[in-house]
Design a protein around this ligand. Structure first.
Ligand code: HEM
Length: 168
């Protein structure tokens, strides 16, 4: 009988310990200090440019895919635009990246949503029709849209997207 009580106590000790670790740990919101909260809220360090806090209100100017081509950076005085899911972003201040010879020039002056979804830099993927992307690549594409929305001014929208994506 005594040994049964000892065994029960011995089993209870780790169970109580685990319960406190799970439900009352120092990381739970109720016990987190403000310094810990701040550290948790901080974004992970990244090589990508930081989000902007000075973006202009989005504009709604209409662009055809043909008109967008003029904004691929090949004319130095002209702005550079990148469209994603029909939203036209002004990336002019990153001319080194998006202008001729830049790593991501493939995206300039067009809507290359499919390539962004597929993480591709191939010409054949640099098209606006992203309708055949699987869900995982749709998410990648949406993440890029969100990335650009937080970093570049929106200057308009594409008005002649392919029918397959026009209403997506
Ligand atoms: C070995 C492969 C790759 C490496 C090492 C790489 C590296 C980088 C680096 C260092 C940046 C930040 C550059 C900057 O802020 O100027 C960047 C941004 C970017 N990368 Fe890549 N990348 C790779 C592949 C790709 C691919 C396949 C795509 C195709 C979707 C892609 C699309 C982008 C885009 C859209 C940006 C954002 C540029 C911006 O800030 O506007 N990258 N990449």
């Amino acid at each position: 009988m005594l040994s049964a009580i000892v065994a029960a106590v011995l089993l209870a000790i780790p169970a109580i310990y685990l319960y406190h670790r799970l439900y009352n740990s120092p990381r739970s919101p109720s016990t987190t200090t403000s310094a810990e909260k701040k550290a948790q809220e901080e974004k992970p360090k990244t090589i990508m440019q930081a989000e902007r806090t000075d973006l202009a209100p989005p504009k709604d100017d209409p662009f055809t895919l043909q008109q967008l081509k003029e904004f691929d950076g090949s004319t130095p005085e002209k702005a550079i635009y990148v469209a994603i899911k029909g939203t036209v972003f002004d990336v002019t201040h990153k001319r080194d990246t998006y202008g001729p010879g830049g790593s991501y020039h493939i995206f300039a002056g067009k809507d290359a949503s499919k390539a962004l979804g597929k993480s591709s830099l191939k010409d054949e993927d640099a098209i606006a029709d992203y309708s055949d992307l699987p869900p995982s690549e749709m998410k990648v594409l949406n993440d890029w849209h969100s990335f650009f929305s937080k970093r570049y001014n929106i200057v308009g929208k594409v008005i002649d997207l392919p029918p397959a994506v026009a209403n997506l």
